[in-house]
Design a protein around this ligand. Sequence first.
Ligand code: FAD
Length: 344
Amino acid sequence: MSEERKAAQEQDWSAYRGVMIVIEHRRGEAKKVSWQLLGEGRKLADKLETSLLALVIGHDVEHLAAESIRYGADRVYLCQAPELLDYRTRPYSRVCLSAIHEIKPEIVLYGATATGRDLAGAIATHLPTGLTADCTELDVEPHPSRLLMASRPAFSEKMMATILCKQYRPQMATARAGVFQALAPDPERTGEVVHLEVREDYSNTAAQVIAFLEEKSSVNLEEADIIVAGGRGLGGAEGFSLLRELAEVLGGEVGATRAAVDAGWITHEHQIGQTGHTVRPKLYIAAGISGAVQHTVGMQGSDVIIAVNKDPQAPIFQIAHYAMAGDLFQIIPALIREFAKRRG
Ligand code: FAD
């Protein structure tokens, strides 16, 4: 056993308390996963009878501290500097590490996004602790162990593995967007905001942001309030043109089943389900989708599900709030006409 490991095992971790969520944003606009993690973190913190903490790093992001409190945080640690305007691995991981050393949270959660994965991985290499990636379930064993039970699909998604970090603190995990539910923001909620000092000069860090180019065309299923998804029932790539029209009048995004992706009708970035995105929009329209469990696992948390299928026995109708049994090639154009009229 290495000296570091031995020392960590012998350490008294009782000073580590609190569940900390690292709030992710792009230039001050929060990613939904941050609020979803605060919602789940609230449950864990309550079960452990401890505080829910949020860490906000950026520039001009006081509003995110206030929002974090509305979404359930008890205390927000806010670290701001012009060099922290955009995410870069080194400055953000250094700030995060110093915050972890100072605050000593027992659990730290990050979104399993490109940024969250990069940040959590960088931090894990500097702490004598583990990191469970891409979790879809989180729970805690209350006193005395206070262990985080971080579960994620394993062995080609055939089993769920629950991973514990028994001898080190903090316990860390990244969690998928769309899996957990955010609390309804409470404007009356109050909390504490603690300002953290920036202790290093990051202006000369090797990685520099040269320009910030917003990609307007990229698919953003996890953030979408409305998703119009299609499956094999669309009959081909042309079927997706119809769905794009509907998505456009509704101001939503287009999703797909794996069958449609495998058939080459649409790219994988649109796939929803076990091996695709997990989404939780306000409205999910499923057209020509049978409702296989590998698909529904990625969208069943949607607030309202409308299913269009010509087979009245299709399993998707079991989870749909509104069922439209019929031919999608008649129903979808009628919906487009109707919504377009209402939009004016
Ligand atoms: P089908 O099951 O073929 O359903 C087509 C539906 O369209 C039928 O219900 C039919 O009645 C209806 N239909 C046909 N014509 C019309 C019409 N004109 N009007 C109205 N309705 C019509 N799937 C995913 O989606 N996402 C995943 O991430 C995913 N991961 C997987 C991982 C593993 C390990 C495995 C084994 C499978 C995975 N799958 C996934 C595949 C999944 O099991 C299903 O095969 C897939 O979801 C079926 O897609 P579908 O509903 O488009 O097609």
